[in-house]
Design a protein around this ligand. Structure first.
Ligand code: 3HC
Length: 295
């Protein structure tokens, strides 16, 4: 099986920064790439903050924190990922953008480098086909917040080499995660079931079944979920969920994956959820307050 020593992460947003963190925490030399310096510094800053919080809570040794940060570097150049054994992509959910990066990296990295995507809803095959290394492409799908959530979906396409899949599976385990094996269908396991649930919650509110707060309360207290669907939508990002819905609807042509009109309007208005400070809840005060959306 291939040995992973150096890991490249594409994207230092919500997911990419978490993936880079857990990779460096597990002892891998990790380089994370963003398109511009500003989002890169923001992402690296969020990692530092999370590690500092762990030190404050007594869960991480201060020296360990410095070691982790010492293994982590940031860049805006794809060339700095050329000597990575594994590259994990966590950029915006747009096939053309992802494939532009894969094509460029295909020419920069050695033939043995494994390419992995953290896509939520695209298929890995649609990325593998853009490269000259379809056998060395897998899915490694993490969950938000990456440092906390235990699951990684490890995805094999019809062309993934068995040895590459095993290496990716072991890599996920080495991060302290629990991997599961998934086929390369849009949404894999979790989003296949979670996306219709979140979309249905919006439709239920639109139909006046109950208020946003009461639907959240109902699902938390009635099923033991840690967050209700609207809190989760705001947490995942409404823009991200809308994109995922579009891609899954395009793939399956089933209404349950389609973004309800309200979600589309909220995204148009810049209500992206927690990351923009406003979604189904307003996050500008001490406590989230439900937003009056006229439903
Ligand atoms: N980043 C890092 N760590 C975080 C965090 C974050 N954003 N939010 C919370 N944590 C940590 C806290 O520091 C705390 O750590 P500790 O136990 O070491 O002190 C621990 O998580 C628990 O946090 P809290 O006590 O503050 O809060 P909760 O107990 O409510 O847990 C939660 C927070 C883990 C986010 C929990 O509410 C949860 O599990 N929510 C559901 C999350 C979920 O469903 N994620 C999947 C989304 S779907 C997805 O990602 C797929 C994609 O393709 C769309």
């Amino acid at each position: 099986m291939a040995e992973i020593r150096k890991v490249g992460v594409l994207g230092c947003g919500l997911m990419g920064s978490g993936i880079a963190q857990v990779s460096a925490q597990a002892g891998y030399d990790t380089v994370v790439r963003e398109v511009d310096e500003a989002p890169l510094q923001k992402g690296l800053g969020s990692i530092e903050k999370r590690l500092a919080r762990s030190v404050d809570k007594g869960k991480l040794d201060a020296g360990k924190k410095d070691e982790i940060l010492g293994r982590l570097s940031g860049t805006t150049s794809l060339e700095d990922l050329a000597d990575c054994d594994l590259v994990i992509e966590a950029v915006v959910e747009d096939l053309a953008i992802k494939n532009d990066m894969w094509r460029e990296l295909d020419g920069l990295c050695g033939p043995d480098t494994i390419f992995a995507s953290n896509t939520s809803s695209l298929t890995i095959a649609d990325m593998a086909a853009a490269t000259d290394r379809p056998g060395r492409m897998v899915g490694l799908h993490f969950f938000n917040p990456v440092p906390v959530m235990k699951l990684v979906e490890v995805v094999k396409t019809i062309a993934t080499d068995a040895e590459v899949f095993d290496t990716a599976f072991d890599f996920a385990r080495s991060l302290g995660k629990e991997p599961i094996t998934c086929k390369d269908n849009s949404g894999f396991v979790v989003n296949l079931l979670l996306v219709p649930y979140m979309m249905d919650a919006i439709r239920a509110a639109e139909q006046g079944v109950a208020s946003v707060e009461d639907i959240d309360k109902g699902m938390m207290l009635g099923t033991g979920y840690p967050m209700g669907p609207f809190t989760l939508l705001d947490f995942v990002g409404l823009d991200t969920t809308d994109k995922i819905g579009d891609i899954m609807f395009e793939e399956y042509k089933e209404k349950r994956y389609a973004s309800p009109p309200l979600l589309k309007r909220m995204v148009s208005m810049g209500y992206y959820g927690r990351k923009s400070g406003m979604g189904f809840y307003d996050y500008s005060g001490d406590k989230p307050r439900v937003v009056d959306l006229g439903i």
